[in-house]
Design a protein around this ligand. Structure first.
Ligand code: BGC
Length: 739
């Protein structure tokens, strides 16, 4: 794969980086600058500023730099993802932009510290909006403290293919779960008076060929899946900006796609904020008419289209001046809405020790217990000889690469796995070693480590241990897709070790689902994803039962590639996946036909009847639960009430899930609600879950709205998408919901 411009930039930046200062705009009192009157609406305030701006000044707000490539980087402009110069004359602050959803990315700046959250899939596995909000609030605070007022966060591309290399930045396969958590994370970020930009709008659901592929999907299916995740995230999170994607949708680039930007986002969803492009995703001035407001990372496009060419288009009448006002308005109104004018950035005060507690809590909640034969877990502090193997567990926990990479001080980098591309920066391990955390919890046990490089030798040691904990990692990065098979022969290692010692527990630190050919030989399996700044601690706390395993899979783990909607990844025959940059081989454009429509993930499994390795929603605890007494009330929507009882011997947290099975006009399994309950042994609690009406409706392309057919709706409550223990039904009245 060719190295792209951004990779070269990362390398250059590592040499050039200097700590930056933030230039604060100078807000004046409302008497002098009437737009500083906070009693006015953001829209009114934006209009007031625009009335004082020249055309050139407006256009200057509509394109921004990729600072590494700025010919002369002004003092105070940090090396980061983006910079849009403000207008000091009118008190308009600069937009200082940093990636991304998991923390303040800092691979471009040396000697810089930041706190990484666990991966998006880990956050999604918490099924907890409060955790997503807390994570967002923490990274938003760090963004401010580090001089950024725009966080390119809020990734909510639906997980259509578990091999998408960026799944670790997103929130899984279900639109309600992903959209709800993304919305909460965005609210958390923006609670710091900064802007969050949800992305990548839309259907950038694989990295292979991302800049050339055209995603093809039926409109109704699109509205009920990928678009729905964005719709929920946007209406609940109110992000100041939406980032359009690299790929094409229906043959048209997402950043110049009038259907996506003008029809869906602006007209149907009434989205008032601004659309920024992905870096290098603009192909011409025509994008302005199609709904793009701002060209980001302009040095990565063939030309800076939204500078002189945009002005020429205004002069020639191709783009109206009114259009420029609208575009500027959207940028400014979001800046006012987020409070950028009256809350200028104040750099400093970073406390990564305190912040990493937020990451630790989230990482722990996202761990999913997949298997626990003979109650091998939790481990006893006096477990005799505990042998820890592999996964660099003596060093730290793995993380994902690419623009979202956050690097806390003390991280250690390993080269990419065999066969994986180098862009993405290599495998970064955060300094939170599971081995040390395990030792700390078992002071009287004999805890030893083997790196797993020689499976036969590891098996010999395993045979002598009382219990074995094998760590397996799967790296992933932006700009690449991955396989469902663990890299570097780790399946062989696990098989050899598990054959030697039946008390083998596998801890997975994976980007996304993997196959587990060794599953039946093992006693326990934990999915810890990329567990974040304090991942080693989080894993050890769950292993020893200091923390309850409570994560639930936000994605189906397939039993084989043959079960996927696209057994062969579209475009997999292409020479490489990136197209930007000198020397890169440009893949031929190709279509990705999402013929599975909105039957993504568990919905597809429900339809085909295939049995996955682990279903969506699955996760064990150290206790057991019983559901009883389901009552379903219909009417305008559906409300389920039922009782959850902890039937085991330990306090534990359960996540009962509410699914639609079929409506009068269609059969499609859909998650329509869930709850989380913390119960002591023997304790019961009555739970009520109400389905959002839109989740019961189907998109009706003819009437251009959500149609809820009147009649009988069958529903179920269960502990995952295929363990539906309580069934019920109720009548819902017909209605049409506006988009
Ligand atoms: C990524 C975006 C990111 C941007 C800026 C692009 O390559 O797709 O997610 O925000 O770069 O770094």
């Amino acid at each position: 794969m060719g190295r792209d411009l951004k990779t070269s930039a990362i390398l250059a930046a590592l040499l050039l980086a200097l700590p930056g200062l933030v230039r604060a705009a100078e807000p004046k009192p409302a008497a002098i600058q009437p737009w500083m009157n906070v009693k006015l609406s953001p829209d009114r305030r934006a209009d007031l500023v625009i009335s004082r701006m020249t055309l050139d000044e407006e256009i200057a707000l509509l394109h921004g730099d990729f600072p590494v490539f700025m010919p002369k980087r002004p003092p105070g402009v940090q090396i980061s993802a983006g910079y849009v110069k403000g207008l000091a004359r009118l008190g308009i602050p600069d937009l200082t932009e940093s990636d991304a959803s998991l923390g303040v990315a800092n691979s471009l700046r040396s000697h810089d510290d930041a706190t990484p959250l666990p991966s998006g899939l880990s956050l999604a596995a918490t099924w907890d909006a409060k955790t997503a909000y807390a994570g967002g609030a923490m990274i938003g605070k760090e963004a401010r403290q580090k001089g950024f007022n725009v966080l390119l966060a809020g990734g909510v591309n639906l997980l259509r293919d578990p091999r998408n290399g960026r799944n670790f930045e997103y929130l899984g396969e279900d639109p309600l779960l992903a959209g709800t958590l993304a919305g909460a994370a965005i609210r958390g970020i923006q609670s710091n008076h900064i802007v969050s930009a949800t992305k990548h709008f839309a259907l950038n659901d694989q990295e292979t060929g991302r800049t050339v592929l055209s995603a093809e999907i039926d409109e109704a299916a699109f509205r009920e899946s990928d678009l729905l995740a964005f719709e929920i995230a946007i209406e609940s999170g109110h992000p100041g900006s939406v980032m359009c994607a690299y790929n094409r949708v229906g043959g048209i680039y997402a950043c110049e796609n009038p259907f996506l930007l003008n029809n869906v986002l602006r007209t149907d969803w009434k989205y008032p904020g601004w659309v920024m492009s992905d870096w290098g995703a603009v192909h011409g001035v025509a994008a302005a008419k199609a709904g793009l407001d701002q060209e980001s990372g302009q040095q990565l496009d063939k030309k800076v289209f939204f500078d002189a060419p945009l002005k020429d288009a205004v002069t020639s009448g191709e783009v109206s001046e009114a259009q420029i006002h609208k575009m500027t308005h959207r940028v400014l109104r979001s800046m006012f809405a987020a409070g950028l004018f009256e809350h200028p950035l104040q750099v400093g005060g970073l406390d990564t020790t305190a912040d990493s507690r937020v990451a630790a809590r989230a990482g722990e909640q996202g761990i999913v217990l997949l298997r626990n034969q003979g109650r091998v877990l939790p481990l006893a502090a006096s477990a005799g000889h505990i042998l820890v193997i592999g996964g660099h567990a003596d060093i730290g926990v793995i993380s994902g690469g690419g623009s979202s990479q956050v690097i806390p001080t003390g991280s250690v980098k390993f080269p990419p796995p065999k066969g994986a591309p180098s862009w993405g920066g290599g495998q970064m391990y955060f300094p939170s070693a599971p081995l040390a955390a395990i030792k700390a919890r078992a002071p009287n046990a004999d805890v030893t480590f083997n790196d797993g490089a020689d499976p036969a030798a590891a098996a010999v040691l395993a045979a002598r241990a009382d219990v074995v904990v094998v760590f397996a990692t799967q790296w992933s990065s932006e700009g690449m897709d991955i396989s469902l098979t663990l890299p570097d022969g780790q399946d062989g290692l696990i098989s050899a070790v598990a054959a030697a010692n039946p008390k083998t527990i596998v801890v997975l630190e994976t980007a996304a689902p993997v196959l587990m050919p060794w599953r039946e030989k093992t006693a326990g399996i934990l999915e810890a994803w990329f567990p974040g700044a304090r991942g080693g601690e989080s894993i050890a706390r769950v292993l020893f039962g200091e923390a309850n395993p409570q994560g639930r899979l936000p994605v189906t783990f397939p039993a084989s590639e043959a079960q996927l909607a696209h057994p062969v990844l579209p475009g997999a025959d292409q020479a490489q996946v990136e197209t930007m940059g000198a020397g890169a081989v440009t893949p031929k454009p190709f279509d990705v036909r999402y013929t599975e429509g909105s039957d993504v993930g568990y919905r597809g499994f429900a339809k085909s009847g295939d049995k996955p390795l682990y279903p969506f929603g699955f996760g064990l605890t150290y206790s057991s639960f019983r559901y009883s007494g389901l009552k379903v009330v219909g009417g305008k929507t559906l409300r389920a009430s039922f009782t959850v009882t902890n039937t085991g011997a330990r306090s534990a947290i359960d996540t009962p899930q509410f699914y639609l099975i079929s409506g009068p006009s269609r059969t499609q399994e859909r998650l329509i609600g869930w709850s989380k309950v913390d119960l002591k042994p023997g304790e019961s609690r009555s739970v009520t879950v109400t389905a959002p009406r839109r989740m019961l409706a189907n998109w009706d392309a003819k009437s251009h709205g959500w149609r809820l057919s009147g009649g009988t709706y069958k529903v179920a409550v269960g502990s995952d998408a295929s363990a539906l223990t309580l069934k019920g039904a109720a009548q819902v009245t017909a209605t049409t919901l506006q988009p």
